[in-house]
Ligand binder design. Structure first.
Ligand code: G4P
Length: 326
C-alpha cells in the first residue's frame, strides 16, 4: 500500500517563503545525495521558478559517487542552476557555497548589493548540521533585525554574502509511490507513517540490482539472484539475530536491521535512484494525479451541476497550472 504522509499545512511556509523570495538572489536547495529526486519538495520548485538555484547534494559520503556525478550533471544542465556535492566532513563548506552562489548571481556582491541566499531543505537532509558548521567557521549569526523572525536565521558567509534559513518547515511531499518509500528508508518521514517491513522490502528491491553483491557480503549470503525480496529479507533476519523460537524469522526485526544498515552506510555508499528513473516515476505520478483530478471533478459535477458550470468557466479562464519539472 502506498505510504500516506500528511505532515500538516504548508500554507504558512509557502507564504513566508514567497514573502522572502523577492529579496533573494539565489536559492540553495539541500537534497539527500542518496535520493536527490525524492528529497526535493516540488512546492519549492513551484515557488522559486526562475530564481537561480544551487542544488546541494548533501550526505555525499553515504551516496554512490558515480550516481552523484550523474545527478550533478543532471542539475547542471538545467537553466540558471548549479550543483555541488557536500558532506558533514567538508572542511570549509562556506567557500564552496559562496563560490557557486557568486557564479549564479554575478551582478550581486559588494557592500552596496550584497548577495542574499535562501537555504531550504526537507527535515533530516542535514540543514542544521551544515548551518552549525557554517556558524563554527568564520560566519556569524545575526539575530535581532527587522524582518528576521526568531525562527529565521541570517548568517554572514562572507562580508557581502548573507544566508537566510527557510522560514517555516519545508515538509517532504510524496508525489510518487517510490518517493515515499525512499524517504521512509532514509528517515525523511515520520516513523508512524509507514510499515517498516514494507519499506525494507522496497528498499531491498531498489538496492539489489545495483548493489546486490554488497548485500551478499554484508550478510554472508551465497547467490541471491534466485531469492525473492521477502526471502532475502528473511535471510537478513536469519543472519542478524532475528530468529524466533522454533526457527521462524522475526520479519519486523529483519526490516529494522535492513533499514538501519542502509541509513548508517553499512552496505557501503548507495544511491537509490538515478535521474532517469526518478523522471520516469515523476511523469507517471503526473499522469495518475491528472486522472485523480479528473475523477474528482467528474464527481463534483455529478453532485452539484450548477457549481460545476462555474468551475468550468474558471478553468477555461486561467487554465490548469502546468507542472514544474523537478
Ligand atoms: P535537518 O536539520 O535537515 O533536519 O538535519 P540534521 O542536520 O539534524 O541532520 C540529520 C541527520 O543527518 C543527523 O544524524 C546528522 O548527523 C546527519 N548528517 C547531516 N549531514 C550529514 C552528512 O553530510 N553525512 C552524514 N553521513 N550524515 C549527516 P542523526 O543520527 O539524526 O543525529 P546525530 O546522532 O548525528 O546527531
Amino acid at each position: 500500500m502506498p505510504i500516506q504522509w500528511f505532515p500538516g499545512h504548508m500554507h504558512s511556509t509557502r507564504k513566508a517563503i514567497s514573502e522572502r523570495l523577492p529579496e533573494i538572489d539565489v536559492v540553495i536547495e539541500l537534497l539527500d545525495a542518496r535520493l536527490p529526486g525524492s528529497s526535493a519538495n516540488p512546492l519549492l520548485a513551484e515557488l522559486t521558478q526562475g530564481k537561480p538555484a544551487l542544488k546541494v547534494l548533501n550526505k555525499q559520503d553515504l551516496a554512490d559517487p558515480e550516481l552523484t556525478t550523474l545527478w550533478l550533471d543532471h542539475y547542471q544542465a538545467q537553466a540558471a542552476t548549479r550543483a555541488l556535492g557536500l558532506d558533514a566532513s567538508a572542511a570549509a563548506p562556506a567557500r564552496q557555497l559562496v563560490a557557486a552562489c557568486r557564479a549564479l548571481a554575478p551582478l550581486r556582491g559588494g557592500m552596496v548589493k550584497p548577495l542574499r541566499v535562501l537555504i531550504c531543505g526537507i527535515p533530516n537532509v542535514g540543514k542544521s548540521t551544515l548551518i552549525n558548521t557554517l556558524m563554527g567557521q568564520r560566519s556569524a549569526k545575526t539575530g535581532d533585525e527587522p524582518g528576521i523572525t526568531k525562527a529565521e536565521q541570517k548568517l554572514v558567509l562572507a562580508s557581502d554574502v548573507y544566508l537566510f534559513d527557510t522560514p517555516g518547515m519545508l515538509w517532504p511531499r510524496i508525489t510518487v509511490e517510490q518517493t515515499g518509500y525512499h524517504l521512509a528508508a532514509s528517515g525523511g518521514i515520520g516513523r508512524n507513517a509507514y510499515d517498516e517491513e514494507e519499506v525494507a522490502l522496497v528498499l531491498l528491491a531498489s538496492v539489489r540490482p545495483r548493489y546486490g553483491h554488497r548485500l551478499q557480503e554484508r550478510y554472508k549470503l551465497g547467490d541471491i539472484a534466485a531469492l525473492g525480496d521477502e526471502a532475502l529479507l528473511a535471510e537478513v533476519g536469519r543472519k542478524r539475530g532475528g530468529l524466533l523460537p522454533g526457527g521462524r524469522v522475526n520479519m519486523q526485526k529483519a526490516a529494522e536491521v535492513a533499514i538501519n544498515d542502509f541509513r548508517t552506510g553499512a552496505w557501503g555508499r548507495i544511491t537509490l535512484e538515478t535521474p532517469e528513473e526518478f523522471l520516469r516515476w515523476w511523469a507517471h505520478g503526473q499522469v495518475l494525479d491528472a486522472q485523480r483530478s479528473a475523477r474528482r471533478e467528474a464527481l463534483t459535477r455529478k453532485k452539484t451541476p450548477d457549481r460545476s458550470l462555474q468551475a468550468d468557466t474558471t478553468t477555461t479562464k486561467t487554465g490548469p497550472k502546468p507542472p514544474v519539472e523537478p
